[in-house]
Ligand binder design. Structure first.
Ligand code: ATP
Length: 206
């Protein structure tokens, strides 16, 4: 019997809306770390974005379904939308641990806030981080964390960097483009643009 564990990428976020940068991050992670599968895990209430009203979980899942249609090796895991209270990554990883070898996918913009993540030590025990380049330099990101993470954590993080050419788009840019009525550009596929229009999403203030 083959007892090798499946290599599973866990990719959490608000996905409000999801976009080509998210797809790029999942593809880079899967290729660089030979992942068998990537789970997109939309957060119900991201602890680090307390002030903003997100589109409903149902809308964000519908948008993710459209983004991921036809993409091999990915799926949506709605468990955080069903869970009460804040969406803590550590809870999701703990639930998934055991069946798979876990990899936590995040963009470089998440690094500065990482030391404040709930039970970070446990997160690093449960998963190898995969850090996808968005902006800045690896050294610069790690330097900012040197005083806050332990040497083994820094080493594990450094091992996870994937510094391939970035896709520079954010959900914030896309929400602004929708609000301004300008074309959202190449990183929001037409099916998502149509869904956003039909449901009147992202028209009001943040
Ligand atoms: P917002 O602009 O609302 O902050 P966002 O575009 O950063 O949103 P999130 O849903 O907050 O998207 O991000 C989920 C995860 O995807 C995070 O780890 C984030 O760093 C990563 N990510 C988002 N956009 C990109 C991108 N263009 N390239 C690589 N990673 C990305």
């Amino acid at each position: 019997m083959n007892s090798k564990k499946r290599r599973l990428g866990v990719f959490g976020g608000s996905f409000d809306p999801p976009h080509g940068g998210h797809l790029h991050a999942a593809r880079c992670a899967a290729q660089a770390f030979q992942l068998d599968h990537v789970l997109f895990v939309p957060a119900a209430r991201p602890p680090h974005k307390p002030g903003r009203n997100l589109a409903s979980g149902a809308h964000r899942v519908a948008l993710l379904e459209r983004l991921l249609e036809g993409e091999p090796g990915v799926s949506i895991d709605p468990r955080e939308l069903a869970r009460e209270g804040p969406s803590y990554t550590v809870d999701t990883l703990a639930e998934l641990a055991g069946e798979s070898e876990l990899f936590l996918i995040l963009g470089t913009d998440n690094l500065a806030g990482l030391p404040k993540w709930f039970q970070l030590e446990r997160i690093f025990e449960l998963a190898q981080p995969i850090v996808i380049h968005r902006a800045g330099e690896r050294e610069q990101h790690l330097k900012g964390l040197e005083a806050q993470l332990s040497p083994p954590q820094l080493k594990r993080l450094a091992r996870g960097f994937v510094e391939w050419p970035p896709v520079t788009v954010s959900s914030t840019d896309l929400r602004s483009a929708v609000r301004a009525g300008s074309g959202p550009g190449e990183h929001l596929p037409p099916a998502l643009e149509q869904y956003i229009r039909e449901h009147g999403l992202y028209r009001g203030d943040e």
